[in-house]
Design a protein around this ligand. Sequence first.
Ligand SMILES: Cc1ncc(COP(=O)(O)O)c(C=O)c1O
Length: 365
Amino acid sequence: MIPFFDISSENAKYLDFFSSELKKFIAEGDYILGNHVEKFESEFAEFCGTSYCLGTSNGLDSLRLIFEAYKKIGLLQIGDEILVPANTFIASILAVVQSGLVPVFVEPKINSFNMSYEDAKDKCSFKTKACLIVHMYGQLADTDLFKKLSEENDLILIEDSAQAHGASKNKKKAGSFGDASAFSFYPTKNIGALGDAGAITSNNAELINCIESLRNYGSQSKYNYSYLGFNMRLDSLQALFLSKKLKDYPTNILSRQRIASFYCSNVRNEKIKLPEYPNNMSHVFHLFVVKVENRNHFIDYLEKNGVGSHIHYPIPPHKQKSFLKYNHLNLPLTENNHNKVVSIPLYPSLNDLQLKKIVDVLNCY
Ligand SMILES: Cc1ncc(COP(=O)(O)O)c(C=O)c1O
């Protein structure tokens, strides 16, 4: 069986490094924030091309901290409307709702998994104060168009870059297009930690100061608390591991892009709709997602023929029980995507034989 993802083989090459670093780490006792976190923050800010980066506990908390900080510095208020893609992972919407803001669900573009500029423009009103773009599956959203929409309507532009570390356009990377951006280093992400971890990037010093305080109980100096804050810090041990992984990441992106273009050039089957994307660095292939009509049948077939797969995601956020209030919404393009999507294996440790087998299985369906 070719597994959908093989996390232990992806991390196996770091075993020696991590074992020896762990011994030093225990001896040093620098366990909360401190040097490892600061080092990773400055490396990740440089990687993204932003002035600042703050490590956080995970991707959802990164988004929560961004919204909370915008409320604290007076640029958002409870009840403000936020444009969000309906076609996303639930965390993007949860962060908006948990911050007391109102999500306005925007459909994806036709033949795309990313948010439609036209639908966003139509749904933008005097109550809209921010736009959250999600770079779905690793592909940059239409950053120029959403920047224009934000400038014309005085909106804060926030990126959810949880799936798109390093995706770039004209050398500008995910995390540097908006006013602030959230990242996740969940273990299966392109840069994955050994547990939960996240980050925020921005060029806004005031926002970053506020987030720095909010992530650490609202403290601005030891035992002085200006805000009702949280404990949403990046774990130091994860920071150490992430620094190491970040160094290798450019090669990881190239492997992912090579595998994606192998699939696109070799899979020829009318029953399987391949993703459409421009042939440049704007897609880092966190996931390779195809669309099929009879999904259960297709997944059974893959399973019987030794190819693992996964669904990202089977039920859209607005149809979840937790979002009862939004269940009535009619978002046909989003629902169509969620009914048809299947992710097939794409990770750097897949070898040529495995790739050939996957292509053969797909072509014989
Ligand atoms: C688009 C998107 N946003 C936010 C998150 C939340 O990240 P985390 O799982 O680190 O909280 C994820 C990841 O799972 C995601 O895919």
